[in-house]
Each structure stands twice: as C-alpha cells, then as structure tokens.
Ligand binder design. Structure first.
Ligand SMILES: NC(=O)c1ccc[n+]([C@@H]2O[C@H](COP(=O)([O-])OP(=O)(O)OC[C@H]3O[C@@H](n4cnc5c(N)ncnc54)[C@H](OP(=O)(O)O)[C@@H]3O)[C@@H](O)[C@H]2O)c1
Length: 318
C-alpha cells in the first residue's frame, strides 16, 4: 500500500477556466480503497495515475468562476477533481450538480455517492436479494458494507457483517442493524459462520477476497450469489496470490460469482442517489463518516484505510 512518503504536496498557481469550463473550490476529497489499484502499474479497469500527476479522486465543491452555460457560480458539483484545493471542471470530469441541498455535501462522496450507489446497484443487480435470504457482507462497517447491510435488511434479508474489530462489530449491530456481526481478527471465522448461518449463505457481498472469502465460500447455500465488489485484503497483485480453488464450491452449490464495477452503471447514478437520499431522509439508511482535516492529511489517508482506521466513509475536509 502506498504510504505517506509516496505522495508530495505541491503549490501551483490557480488555474484559469477556459470557455466551457468552471473553477471549483473543493470542500471534500474522497479516499477510496480502489486508489491502491489506480496507482499500481499493473493493469486495472482504469488507466494508472502517472508518477507526478495529481492523485485521481472524486471531490465535491462549489463553482467559484464559470465560463460554462451549464453551471452557475455557487453550484455544488461532484466530479473527478483530484486531491486538490481548486480544480478545473469540464465535461470530461464533472459527474453532476448536487441536487439534495438539504443533506450534507460530503454525503455525495459516500452514502449518496460512489459507495452508496455501488452498494445499492451491486446488491440488487448481482446479489438478487429475496426476503429471507442470508446475506453476508465483508468490510461490513465500511462505507459500501454498511449500506449493503442496511439495504439488504430493508429488502428482507437476514444480515451478517464481517469486520476487523470489536468496536466495529458493535457499530454493525447497533448502528447498521446487522442481525449478527463477526470480528474476523478474533477467533475462528469458520465456526462463527457455521453458528450464524446454519442454513448457509445465499448472498455473499465480497469486499475483501482472500482468507475471509475462502471461509465464506465454505458456507454457501445452494444457488448462492457472490457479488465480487472489492479485494481489500489482497495488498499486491504483482505477485498474484493463490488460494483454495473455488470451482468445486460453485459447482456443488450451483453458485454464481460475478464482478461489479460501478463505472458500467453511471447512467443509473442519478436515480440511485434519489432513492438513497430518500432512505437517508427517512432515517432508514444510516451512515458514518471518518473525516480527516486538511490537504495535509491526504498523503497518509490511503494507508490508514488499509490499517482499518476508518469507521464509515473516509473523506478529507478542506
Ligand atoms: N466495484 C466497485 O465499483 C466498487 C466501488 C466502491 C468500492 N468498492 C470496493 O468496496 C470495498 C469497500 O470500499 P469502501 O470505500 O466502503 O471502504 P471501507 O470499507 O470504508 O474501508 C476499507 C476497509 O477495508 C478493510 N480492510 C483493510 N485492510 C483489510 C485487510 N487486509 N483484510 C480485510 N479487510 C481489510 C477495513 O475494514 P475492517 O476494519 O473491517 O477490516 C477498512 O476499513 C473496497 O474493496 C473497495 O475497493 C468497489
């Protein structure tokens, strides 16, 4: 994982927007586990961030200068604005105007942004949740995981969260409504899964891969669905890790495993955000935020995610 010393904070003159562009003052920058992949030189679903380039990131901010007919000064925008205080926004990097002005702006990076939309779409499209299904979620107290557990519960699933500390187990139970939660760092995960899912796992929402998933796959129910959303437990794909083969589990249980990448579903983003915002307003969808202060916090922010420091969505407030 990239550590603080691999990033550099650089001062540059304020950029000037050209015709069709806006200048955005960023208020919150996102910190994503996926950033580890974006800066790796091994192939990914998106081009690698070059050495010396601005760190790719979603951010939310306000337009402070507009040369675009589409945006006014004061508009709140979500976009790929990078880890910077000010950014040029244009048709290439703006995702859209933030419409839900009654809710905190930072939520557009979390429960009303990439992680919430991923939770909703990946669970419903690939997980195919049905009332009574047993849903197991890894990184259960994180930004994606906490939303998956709650949405699954709203759809009638029984939910079990897997997470990395007793404090997060309590958060899963008390804030995010999981029926049960397991600390994978303490004790025997297999035994805990056998006890909490005696009839097997119908949906496994996998954010970690690795040994956590190896355990869950031993407890699948017939016709289980595995949502392959993240690989947080594998730190290095240059030395491709090996593990138990999955084919026998899939065959015997007639299970289906499918990858999900949010960038295939951007056309569904606005409708998903409207649904998520409605649940947030009604109190049915709760969230936690882990807010770091200032651009100075950025260099160590990614490594901290992989130390498991965050509860909920990690953002940087500027
Ligand atoms: N496919 C997509 O389109 C898409 C979109 C967004 C996010 N994702 C993926 O969804 C997952 C969760 O993302 P998020 O933004 O919500 O992050 P998050 O869960 O809020 O934070 C990352 C969490 O990963 C866990 N973790 C770190 N190192 C680990 C390890 N070695 N083994 C097991 N768990 C470890 C930690 O939780 P614990 O303390 O519980 O271990 C940490 O808090 C990530 O894998 C991310 O890449 C995928």
């Amino acid at each position: 994982v990239a550590q603080a010393e691999h990033f550099e904070i650089v001062d540059r003159p304020l950029p000037s927007p050209e015709q069709g562009e806006v200048l955005v003052r960023n208020s919150f920058l996102s910190v994503e586990p996926a950033m580890r992949g974006w800066i790796a030189d091994i192939g990914n679903y998106s081009a690698a961030v070059e050495i010396g380039a601005v760190m790719r990131s979603l951010a939310v901010g306000h337009v402070v200068e507009s040369h675009s007919p589409d945006y006014l000064v004061g508009d709140a925008l979500l976009g790929w604005f990078g880890w910077q205080q000010y950014s040029i926004g244009n048709s290439g990097n703006i995702i859209g105007r933030i419409e839900h002005s009654d809710l905190p702006l930072s939520l557009s990076l979390g429960v009303l942004g990439l992680t919430g939309v991923t939770a909703l779409l990946a669970l419903t499209k690939i997980g195919d949740p049905k009332p009574g299904d047993m849903l197991v979620v890894s990184t259960a107290a994180g930004s994606v995981g906490s939303a998956v557990g709650q949405i699954g519960r709203m759809l009638g699933c029984r939910t079990v969260g897997i997470t990395g500390s007793d404090e997060k187990v309590a958060l899963c139970r008390e804030a995010f409504g999981y029926d049960a939660a397991i600390n994978y760092r303490s004790g025997d995960l297999d035994a805990a899964l056998a006890a909490t899912c005696p009839d097997g796992v119908d949906i496994y929402f996998d954010n970690t891969a690795g040994s956590i998933s190896d355990s869950v796959l031993r407890h699948l129910a017939t016709f289980a669905r595995i949502v392959n959303c993240g690989t947080a437990s594998i730190s290095d794909w240059t030395n491709w890790p090996t593990g138990p083969r999955v084919e026998r589990h899939l065959l015997v249980k007639r299970a289906r495993m499918q990858g999900f990448v949010i960038f295939d579903h951007m056309h569904e983003w606005p409708a998903a955000v409207r649904q998520l915002a409605q649940w947030v307003r009604s109190g049915q969808l709760r969230y936690e935020e882990d807010v770091l202060e200032g651009i100075e916090a950025a260099p160590d922010a990614l490594a901290g995610l992989y130390r498991g420091e965050n509860k909920g969505k990690r953002v940087i407030r500027l």
